[in-house]
Design a protein around this ligand. Structure first.
Ligand SMILES: *Cc1c(COP(=O)(O)O)cnc(C)c1O
Length: 398
């Protein structure tokens, strides 16, 4: 699905030297590299505060702790996302309220958010799924009206931008009250281990969070609040510093690959290619920075998605199903509050989606082979060939 080795080889000299420098310096924790990375990411994202931490799941949890959410507070998030989002809500004894998503964008449905709001609702967590922002015009409007926090889960969309209806453009992660991201190796900006960060433009919130990530300490050995230990280490920070200047180029390479996939599948009525919201009317364009393609996810109609997965695997092509089970149906998160009729889209998407290989090193030959293999299957040529083979062997055995 990804080619981390190929990407590393192109920046090997710089990465190796940076890592060696950290080892030589022995400043492994909270060293100057972490601080420098923090400042460089603040400038890149145009946010006032970046607080690095240990991983993207911690980042979400710490964001919620920083906002002072209390047990019983309701937090609305998408039913169709990675489990980390709902996991931390549950861990903090907040009440997760899962809602349906939009079929075209895979992102949280603002109409479903509106229906889920109660007097206990305190926050909305839009997940910018697969590399594209949720409908932030609508979400901010709902949040303002009901006085709710907006926590962006930006683990999949770093470097993406969002154009508001009035033309304002903001980077994903700099839109809500607070945001989280992950530097897991396969994310668009990945380190070589675990890493994450929290972003906010709010000075007080940033101060609170800097204490929370460090055992609730604002002054050495004075623990004012219950905190956690969540750090980005210096070796990961120096790798991220080496990679950050390439992030736009990496995202452009993903968009380029997406554009080629789109062109190959264009007009096929069994394949729905990823919709790019707003600012782009061209059906085969994938060049806007409104989508950074963490995943390239198709919907397969009128064909057996699971058999397609098998067919791709048989041909040596990795693929993924993100996500095969709605969160409201997961054992850990089922709840009698949920009603199947409220999740028509997620229940449908889990059966239709398939994500193809997507990374910075995809070449034309690979894309041609992948698209041809997908098209052979959905256009029925595979079944035809196997029928013919069966007939032939039948003839021979007679
Ligand atoms: C990857 C991811 C996370 C968690 O990040 P980790 O660094 O693996 O903890 C959270 N939310 C979403 C949407 C993700 O894709």
């Amino acid at each position: 699905m990804v080619d981390l080795k190929g990407q590393y080889e192109k920046i090997k000299d710089q990465v190796d030297q940076s890592v060696l420098n950290v080892i030589e310096s022995s400043a492994f924790i909270n060293g100057p590299e972490v601080h420098a990375f923090q400042e460089e990411l603040e400038a890149y994202l145009d946010v006032k505060h970046v607080i690095p931490c240990a991983n993207g799941t911690d980042a979400l949890q710490i964001a919620m702790m920083g906002l002072g959410l209390k047990p019983g507070d309701e937090v609305i998030t998408a039913d169709f996302t990675f489990a980390a989002t709902v996991e931390v809500i549950a861990l903090l004894q907040l009440t997760p309220v899962l809602v349906d998503v939009e079929k075209d964008s895979f992102n949280i449905d603002p109409e479903a958010i509106k229906k889920a709001i109660t007097p206990k609702t305190k926050a909305i967590v839009p997940v910018h799924l697969f590399g594209q922002c949720a409908n932030m015009d609508a979400i901010l409007e709902i949040a303002n009206e009901h006085n709710l926090y907006v926590i962006e889960d930006n683990a999949q969309a770093i470097g993406a931008s969002y154009t508001f209806a009035d033309g304002t453009v903001k980077k994903a992660g700099g839109i809500g009250h607070i945001a989280s991201t992950s530097f897991f190796p396969s994310k668009n900006l990945g380190c070589y281990g675990d890493g994450g960060a929290i972003f906010t433009n709010d000075d007080d919130l940033a101060h609170t969070i800097r204490g929370i990530v460090n055992h609730g300490m604002y002054k050495r050995y004075h623990h004012d609040v219950v905190g956690v230990n969540s750090r980005l280490d210096s070796i990961q920070a120096t790798i991220l510093r080496a990679k950050l200047p390439h992030l736009d180029r990496y995202n452009a390479a993903r968009q380029n690959a997406a554009r080629k996939y789109n062109a190959a599948f264009y007009g096929n009525d069994k394949i729905i290619t990823p919709q790019i919201s707003k600012s782009c009317e061209n059906p085969i364009c994938a060049g806007c920075n409104c989508h950074v393609f963490h995943q390239y996810t198709l919907r397969i109609l009128d064909a057996d998605r699971d058999a397609l997965v098998q067919h791709l695997n048989d041909n040596g092509i990795p693929c993924g199903v993100y996500y095969p089970i709605p969160l409201h149906s997961q054992k850990a998160y089922t709840d009698e509050r949920y009603n199947e009729a409220d999740f028509p889209v997620t229940n449908q998407l889990v059966k239709e989606v398939i994500s193809l290989p997507m990374h910075t090193e995809l070449d034309d030959g690979q894309i041609d082979f992948i698209t041809k293999t997908v098209l052979d299957f959905v256009n029925g040529r595979i079944f035809l060939e196997s029928r013919i083979k069966n007939q032939e062997s039948g003839v021979r055995s007679k």
